[in-house]
Design a protein around this ligand. Structure first.
Ligand code: ATP
Ligand code: MG
Length: 211
């Protein structure tokens, strides 16, 4: 068992994940607990290079398999270098995107579903979040806030609609570990609901399994 708490924010592009992740981090910090606010992809030195490889349109036709493996490599490094060390010293780790994004975008959104989950779980040493906050929104409304779209953001309406449904299905299968909130319902209102759900996790021993 690790001492820390692992919280993940998921959802489509522009739904407000980073906004809420920051607010939650500030609140937990103010309660005197160490917080590591991080994101996938790209929050390690290797990850930053991989993030550019997967998201920059200049690379053109990236094979879906290559894309999945680059995301997996980013996750493997992120878990090894950032997430597990923080959890082991008892910190609260808040990650802006995690495995579900990979499943939704490299799995359900594309045609590789069956292998992608195995690869993602292997890459992350089967580490599961204590709580995933899913901010749900029609893809159009989230994407509309993004002026210059990267390769994934520009991938088309149907792709993003499938990804949204996939996130919702994952949450429905495991309500104990998910909090689904309609995005765009007021930054402070959302922050309050997230705090309510997170508060008990900060005191109780967590179920995080050490790989
Ligand atoms: N609850 C909310 N209601 C209305 N607007 C919001 C809300 N939360 C965030 N926004 C606005 O939506 C935009 C996207 O927010 P944010 O960057 O937090 O989303 P994100 O999910 O992290 O996006 P990305 O996928 O690009 O990382 C910002 O302009 C932000 O101010
Ligand atoms: Mg963001």
């Amino acid at each position: 068992m690790t001492e820390g708490v692992f919280i993940v924010f998921e959802g489509g592009d522009g739904v407000g994940k980073s906004t809420q992740a920051r607010k939650l981090a500030d609140w937990i910090t103010s309660r005197g607990r160490e917080v590591v606010l991080t994101h996938e992809p790209g929050d390690t030195e290797i990850g930053a290079i991989l993030r550019d490889l997967v998201l920059n349109p200049k690379w053109g036709d990236v094979s879906p398999r290559a894309e999945a493996l680059m995301y997996a490599a980013d996750k493997a490094q992120h878990i090894h270098e950032v997430v597990l060390p923080a959890l082991r010293r008892g910190a609260v780790v808040i990650s802006d995107r995690y495995v579900d994004s990979m499943l939704a975008y490299q799995g359900a959104g594309r045609v590789l579903a069956e292998r992608v989950e195995q690869i993602a779980r292997w890459a992350t040493q089967d580490l599961l979040p204590d709580l995933t906050v899913l901010l749900d929104l029609e893809p159009d409304r989230g994407l509309a806030t993004i002026a210059e779209k990267d390769r994934v953001e520009g991938a088309g309406e149907e792709f993003h609609a499938r990804a949204r449904q996939f996130f919702l299905d994952l949450a429905a299968e495991d309500p104990e570990h998910y909090l689904v909130l309609p995005a765009r319902t007021g930054v402070n209102h959302l922050a309050g609901r997230i705090r309510e759900r997170v508060a008990p996790l900060l005191s109780a021993p967590t179920g995080t399994v050490e790989p």
